[in-house]
Design a protein around this ligand. Structure first.
Ligand SMILES: O=P(O)(O)OC[C@H]1O[C@H](OP(=O)(O)OP(=O)(O)O)[C@H](O)[C@@H]1O
Ligand SMILES: O=c1cc[nH]c(=O)[nH]1
Ligand SMILES: [Mg+2]
Length: 211
């Protein structure tokens, strides 16, 4: 598994405002949208392309376009939904699948309540979206759904990750697939309730306000 931490002052600035407990939901949504666009730039560095001939007003030249089949973007509901528009703004021709998982706050097990993915993901580049990688249970389950359908090229775009969760994902992936995790920050640790410290609290609640 490859880990890429986006090292950019604009990312760090926006993330600092996002972390602030006094940042209201509308600003929080806007910042998540802006951050994912910045992270998407890094996350799509290896997106597959093919050559095309382009006729400019002056001459012809060789350009590139996204290779077929186009990538699939999969937000992990709820909180990942806040990252979808920012991602598809950069990848407008991507297809979109959906996974709904909720972490049981007692057992910390990720429970799946929605799964709308193509049956066959062989050869597809897949982008998973979820702002928080805490224990790693949710991301492992989500990567597993993609691998079961034949995907071998998976990039997870997260805002904040805990070192504990990164290790869990790394151990799960091993050498079964090419998995990349792109994050804005790797924080210090998990607290006794498996919340990321310093983190930003519950991303879903801060985006949508419904507990
Ligand atoms: O790494 P983990 O320990 O599995 O935790 C991370 C998950 O927790 C949050 O979702 P949550 O379960 O709160 O659902 P929500 O998006 O509906 O709020 C977050 O968006 C991740 O999906
Ligand atoms: O810190 C955390 C951990 C899990 N889920 C969140 O939304 N935040
Ligand atoms: Mg939540």
């Amino acid at each position: 598994m490859r880990l890429h931490v986006a090292d950019h002052p604009l990312v760090a600035h926006k993330l600092s405002v996002l972390r602030d407990a006094s940042t209201p939901s509308p600003t929080f949504r806007q910042l998540v949208d802006e951050l994912v666009t910045l992270l998407a730039y890094e996350a799509t560095r290896d997106v597959r392309t093919t050559q095309v001939q382009v006729t400019t007003p002056v001459s012809t030249t060789t350009g590139i376009k996204l290779a077929d089949p186009n990538p699939i973007v999969v937000p992990i509901l709820r909180a990942g939904l806040g990252m979808l528009d920012g991602m598809t703004r950069l990848l407008p021709t991507a297809e979109v699948g959906f996974l709904g998982l909720q972490r049981d706050e007692e057992t910390l097990e990720a429970i799946t309540y929605a799964n709308r993915l193509p049956d066959d993901l062989t050869g597809r580049q897949c982008f998973l979206l979820d702002p928080m990688l805490a224990t790693g249970g949710t991301l492992v389950a989500s990567i597993d759904y993609l691998l079961q359908r034949g995907a071998r090229d998976v990039t997870a775009v997260c805002l904040i990750a805990a070192p504990e969760g990164i290790k869990v994902v790394e151990e799960f992936v091993g050498d079964r697939a090419d998995v990349q995790v792109v994050v804005a920050s790797v924080d210090e640790r998990l607290d006794e309730h498996a919340y990321i410290v310093p983190g930003l609290g519950d991303a879903g609640d801060r985006l949508y306000g419904i507990v």
